[in-house]
Write a protein of this length. Structure first.
Length: 280
């Protein structure tokens, strides 16, 4: 791994597990370029990653760089996504926000083998934890339907479904290659919560943790993460699990209750296409 790639925070480095599988990771002098040709709708699979925060006055420069490296390949999407690391407070990106960018941080948490805590409560027996077989179309579609039911951030539903279908086909290919598994909480034949856990050697990274809106606050997410973490340590032989989450979302408290600890944070600036923007 190059010096620039090694300098990235663990959150970005574990993102590369997926980019390297079926995408492109291109190191330039000023940034790392991620592209996912199979899914141009994926904002953070088609992005620039900067080793330092951009300056507010550099907006035009980085818009041009994004278009040169990524945007010319992602006309189907029309997004702009530029991520960066920041060791401390960085210059406010006021011009970026005025130009329609959302600027947000993500917390990176991890858990070592032997440090998993048991959940404070156990779901009723009607709820069952089990991996999905993504080679079965009906199980893959169950995951896509669940994820679309949880689309509560204003993303246009038709394109979002297509994005999730492409993502789940990617995860199915990774599962078939022995690189991880998709997990769920079931009630009979209905999938109520799901997530993925994939790995690079002994290091595992979670993907897309979600619970159906009608089944939240019942302990299902806790049971899902506890079950997937235990499976990762005991059945997949992983030594460390990485979770990345919104530091202000209630779910981060669930992860911490199971023993996950915050280690670092990283940043993103994204501008959605008009179809994915909620009306005022």
């Amino acid at each position: 791994m190059s010096t620039l790639l090694q300098s990235l925070s663990l959150g970005w480095q574990t993102d590369l597990i997926f980019a390297r599988f079926d995408g492109l990771v291109i190191e330039r002098a000023d940034c790392v370029v991620l592209r996912t040709p199979g899914n141009p709708l994926y904002y953070w699979g088609n992005c620039l990653i900067l080793p330092r925060p951009p300056r507010d006055a550099e907006l035009a420069h980085w818009l041009a760089r994004f278009d040169e490296e990524v945007g010319c390949h992602t006309a189907e999407s029309g997004h702009v996504s530029i991520g960066f690391d920041a060791a401390g407070p960085h210059e406010p990106l006021l011009a970026w926000q005025a130009a329609g960018f959302e600027v947000f941080d993500t917390a990176q948490l991890s858990l070592g083998a032997g440090r998993l805590r048991a959940a404070a409560r156990t779901p009723a027996p009607e709820f069952r934890f089990a991996p999905l077989d993504l080679a079965r179309p009906e199980q893959l579609e169950a995951a896509v339907a669940l994820q679309c039911a949880g689309n509560d951030t204003g993303l246009e539903p038709v394109h979002y479904r297509e994005h999730r279908q492409r993502q789940m086909r990617r995860y199915a290919a990774m599962q078939a290659a022995g690189l991880g598994l998709w997990f769920g909480i079931w009630r009979g034949g209905e999938l109520l919560a799901d997530c993925g856990l994939f790995h690079d050697g002994p290091l595992g990274r979670f993907q897309h943790v979600g619970t159906h809106p009608l089944w939240r606050r019942r302990g299902l997410c806790t049971a899902l993460i506890e079950g997937a973490s235990r499976f990762g340590f005991e059945r997949m032989g992983l030594a460390r699990l990485v979770m990345c989450a919104d530091p202000d979302d209630v779910a981060i408290g669930i992860y911490e209750s199971l023993g996950y600890r915050r280690e670092s944070r990283y940043w993103g600036a994204q501008r959605r296409p008009a179809r994915d923007t909620r009306p005022d």
